[in-house]
Write a protein that binds this ligand. Structure first.
Ligand SMILES: Nc1ncnc2c1ncn2[C@@H]1O[C@H](COP(=O)(O)OP(=O)(O)OP(=O)(O)O)[C@@H](O)[C@H]1O
Length: 262
């Protein structure tokens, strides 16, 4: 059996922002392998570089030193190759476009035929359980539905890699639980590779095959936890000793990386 393909491979990756107040070490010596089909969560306090790391993968920021490849390419080539879909903290849908027109936008830009656009919009609406809502405007949907529509938009051009920056952070816990289990099913069905930023320990443990614990000043990886939980995870798994043991290790990692002097 061949080893799974490395979707993101970072070696000794550093990114320093030069600011008026001096350099900010947003990422320091990050080593990480994300394999095809992994669900990787990035967790850590504010400012530890979670968003910056996703932005480097997406070629929205340039690293200062070290190396990173995305699907075996430079981030720039991966972006040009449409290697990933990006889901932001807020749904960021255009209010003057219907849901289906929002989802079709990247497809329009990429020059897909009208027919293909329609097919893909229908498929992705179904994937996120929004069939029948395509003609609605974003403001006619709940926050959770809007976020599902933005996931559909990121899925529409069928990139293998999904980058998700705290997509459910603004939602209440019940909606969040529901979307977490929906996202897991979607991941299972589509075999995507997902990089997911969160502040929530239960969310990270519930979703991930691998949890990357980070800490700030400088932004760095302090622990990488390979989950031992089965791929199929009912919400009740969160009460099992195995789940709680992983959550405990994440919490300890977060504590160890936290300096109370700052
Ligand atoms: N464009 C920029 N210019 C200067 N500093 C920046 C820039 N973007 C991010 N930073 C700094 O880099 C560090 C890492 O920021 P980043 O947004 O990646 O953290 P984060 O872990 O995603 O935080 P949060 O959980 O609050 O979103 C922070 O100290 C932040 O202030």
């Amino acid at each position: 059996m061949t080893a799974p393909f490395s979707v993101v491979s970072a070696k000794d990756l550093c990114l320093t922002f030069q600011t008026g107040d001096g350099p900010v070490h947003a990422l320091s010596n990050v080593d990480l392998e994300v394999k095809k089909g992994d669900f990787v969560s990035f967790i850590g306090p504010s400012g530890c570089g979670k968003t910056t790391f996703l932005r480097v993968i997406a070629d929205l920021e340039k690293h200062t030193s070290g190396t990173i490849t995305v699907n075996g390419m430079t981030p720039e080539n991966a972006r040009k190759d449409r290697s990933y879909g990006y889901v932001f903290q807020a749904a960021a849908l255009y209010p003057w476009r219907t849901i289906e027109k929002n989802i079709a936008l990247p497809l329009e830009i990429m020059g897909f035929s009208k027919e293909e656009q329609k097919k893909r919009v229908e498929q992705t609406l179904e994937l996120v359980n929004l069939t029948g809502f395509g003609k609605k405007f974003p403001w006619q949907l709940s926050g959770g539905m809007q976020q599902r529509a933005s996931i559909a938009r990121a899925l529409a051009f069928d990139a293998d890699l999904l980058l998700m920056d705290e997509p459910f952070g603004a939602l209440d816990e019940i909606v969040r639980d529901h979307l977490n289990s929906e996202l897991l099913k979607l991941w299972d069905r589509t075999d995507k590779t997902i990089c997911f930023v969160t502040h929530s320990i239960p969310e990270a443990v519930y979703l991930s095959t691998k949890i990357v614990v980070m800490s700030p000043r400088p932004g760095r990886v302090t622990d990488i936890i390979e989950s031992t939980l089965p791929r199929e995870r009912p919400l009740e798994i969160r009460e099992t000793p195995e789940f709680l043991a992983i959550a405990h290790r994440v919490r300890e990692g977060l504590k160890a990386g936290h300096s109370y002097e700052e």
